[in-house]
Design a protein around this ligand. Structure first.
Ligand SMILES: O=C(O)CCC(=O)C(=O)O
Length: 395
């Protein structure tokens, strides 16, 4: 274990920095207890329906009780192959360093044509957000940053941004009828998109995402409720373990703003005693309430996690709300803006139908009469999909 150096005039004791192996070893008992807790909860299984075609009441009850639910076996092997191949293709063609115009082979980098960067780079095993003011200061506690192996790169890609424009397989997954049926059951038939990113937790490199609750706009609203800031679907294309997965504190989505620093203090370390990991096989998709206290540890395990996030919000939380966008610019989510961004759902449904013509086609009610305008084609790739995430909703 190395000691982090301190400036000579500071009295604070040196903070021990564990090696990746030490960090992994220290976590073991916590990981085992967490896994036991996770598998004891009644919140996992396939997406099932009542006789009238609505999502099973037992699923919705468990989701609202715990704030998350693991849907098993949502993505079949053929689709998993497509998703994995797309993620690997995008990583192969990524800028060779942050901001580079070319990939590692000297070819034009993927995503150069878009206005928002498609890649985020970080230092291996670091915690880029904990204890900072970034993202509205919602990550109050710094996580442990284990020492990466000597041969680890200086920086690596930890996040893909705007999944639906860089991976056609992600666009098809976005149109999944069972997932969209869940979105309608949780947020209402007129649910609206939030954003789509891919978390890359590479073994020995993956960064911590410090404990936080998402949502910035409605915590003080008089009509705030357990679903106000919506949810994320987290599609696991390699599975998710207690070591590399997201942990949540069940039920905290109902509690308003939680004192995360106090939870950490009470637990005696960043390993919050009441937290539970998402334990998933490849092909499982978790629905996770954005208001839950959640986070993930530096990935000192030997297993890769790649999670495609797709977020959805209740329309009444979004309409005519003003917030700042990714570039700090103020914007209001009026009807037209929400309508334009929602076209991605319709295009995703059509892209999926073209690939899986025998599957049930989800009817997205707000755009049910506009299917002809939202066909998936090279024309809509340019007119609807390219730069779609400039219209993301930030709540
Ligand atoms: O995937 C992760 O490690 C973190 C995910 C997360 O914090 C989020 O989706 O809000």
């Amino acid at each position: 274990m190395q000691q982090q150096s301190q400036p000579a005039n500071e009295k604070a004791p040196a903070v021990p920095v564990p090696s990746a192996a030490e960090h992994h070893a220290t976590m073991q008992a916590y990981l085992a207890e967490g896994k036991h807790r996770a598998l004891s909860l009644p919140n996992r299984g396939p997406i099932t329906y009542e006789k009238d075609g609505s999502i099973a009441t037992s699923i919705l009850d468990a989701y609202w009780e715990y704030g998350f639910y693991v849907f098993t076996g949502v993505i079949g092997n053929e689709e998993l192959d497509d998703l994995r191949a797309d993620v690997d293709r995008v990583l192969e063609g990524a800028p060779r360093t942050k901001g580079a115009e070319v990939d590692r082979y000297g070819r034009p980098a993927i995503g150069r044509e878009f206005h928002r960067p498609s890649f985020s780079f970080s230092k291996p095993l670091s915690d880029p957000l904990g204890g900072t003011k970034l993202n509205h200061g919602r990550h109050p506690v710094k996580m442990q940053e284990p020492e990466p192996a000597d041969d680890a790169p200086e920086e690596f890609i930890d996040l893909l941004i705007g999944n639906l424009q860089i991976m056609d397989s992600a666009l098809r997954l976005y149109g999944h009828p069972d997932l969209l049926s869940v979105a309608a059951a949780v947020n209402g038939d007129d649910f609206v998109p939030f954003n789509e990113v891919t978390f890359l937790k590479e073994p020995g490199l993956g960064v911590s995402v410090a404990w936080h609750q998402d949502g910035t706009t409605h915590w003080e609203s008089p009509d705030w409720h357990q679903g106000t800031h919506g949810f994320n679907f987290m599609a696991q294309i390699y599975g998710s373990t207690p070591s590399n997965g997201v942990w949540v504190v069940p039920g905290t989505h109902k509690q308003g703003k939680v004192d995360i620093a106090e939870l950490v203090e009470e637990s005696g370390s960043e390993r919050i005693a009441t937290a539970t990991p998402m334990v998933c096989e490849a092909g499982d998709v978790v629905i996770s309430n954005r208001q839950l206290v959640h986070g993930s540890f530096a990935n000192t395990s030997t297993e890769r996690r790649v999670t495609l996030n797709m977020g959805f919000l209740p329309r009444r939380s979004v309409l005519n709300v003003t917030n700042v966008n990714f570039a700090g610019k103020e914007q209001t989510y009026d009807e037209e803006r929400v309508h334009e961004r929602s076209r991605m759902i319709a295009v995703g449904i059509d892209a999926r139908q073209q690939r899986y013509p025998n599957e049930r086609r989800f009817i997205y009610r707000p755009l049910a009469n506009e299917e002809h305008k939202n066909r998936w084609s090279e024309a809509t790739r340019r007119s609807v999909v390219a730069d779609y995430n400039l219209r993301d909703v930030h709540l």
